[in-house]
Design a protein around this ligand. Structure first.
Ligand code: DQA
Length: 145
C-alpha cells in the first residue's frame, strides 16, 4: 500500500490559535485528519510527525527511505533557511511535495526564500486547508503517471 509521510515543522502544533487571520482556525490534528481521509480514498496511508526540532525532522526523512513512497512537508519557517532539511529531502528517493497554508511569496521578504524548492516535485501554497488536499492529489497523480 502506498504510504505517505506527512511532516509538520516548527510552530505548526499551534495552528488554530496562532495568527488565525493568516493560518485559519483549523488545528493541525484537523488538517491531518482531513488529509488522512482524502488519502484513504486513494488507497494511501498517512503517517504524521510534527516537530519543533530540525534534527528530528531530518532523522524522520532518513528513516522514511524504503518505508514511505512520498513525503509531504510543511516545513514552517525552516523552509526559509534550513539547508539540512533540504539535503535530507534531496536524498529521499520518493515523491516530495512542499506545502504551505499561506502564500509565503506574498508575505515578508524572508519568506520568499525556499531552501526546499529545488529538491521537491512541487510546492503548493496559499490555499489554506486545501493546500493539504492538493498535496495529496499531487501525490496521487505523480504516482499514477
Ligand atoms: C507556513 C509559512 C511559513 O512562512 C511560516 O513560517 C509557517 C507556516 C504556512 O503553512 O503557511 O510556520 O509554512
Amino acid at each position: 500500500m502506498t504510504s505517505i509521510l506527512l511532516l509538520s515543522g516548527p510552530n505548526l502544533d499551534e495552528l488554530g490559535i496562532r495568527s488565525p487571520e493568516i493560518y485559519g482556525t483549523t488545528s493541525l490534528d484537523q488538517h491531518v485528519e482531513r488529509s488522512t481521509a482524502l488519502a484513504q480514498q486513494h488507497g494511501f496511508t498517512v503517517v504524521h510527525l510534527q516537530s519543533n526540532f530540525e534534527g528530528e525532522l531530518v532523522e524522520a526523512i532518513h528513516a522514511a527511505r524504503g518505508v514511505h513512497d512520498a513525503i509531504i512537508i510543511n516545513p514552517g519557517a525552516l523552509g526559509h533557511y534550513s539547508w539540512s532539511l533540504r539535503d535530507a529531502l534531496d536524498a529521499f528517493p520518493g515523491t516530495r511535495i512542499e506545502v504551505h497554508l499561506s502564500n509565503p511569496a506574498g508575505r515578508e521578504d524572508f519568506r520568499r526564500t525556499s531552501t526546499l524548492a529545488n529538491v521537491v516535485n512541487g510546492t503548493i501554497a496559499g490555499f489554506g486547508s486545501q493546500s493539504y488536499d492538493l498535496a495529496i492529489e499531487a501525490v496521487a497523480r505523480l504516482l499514477s503517471a
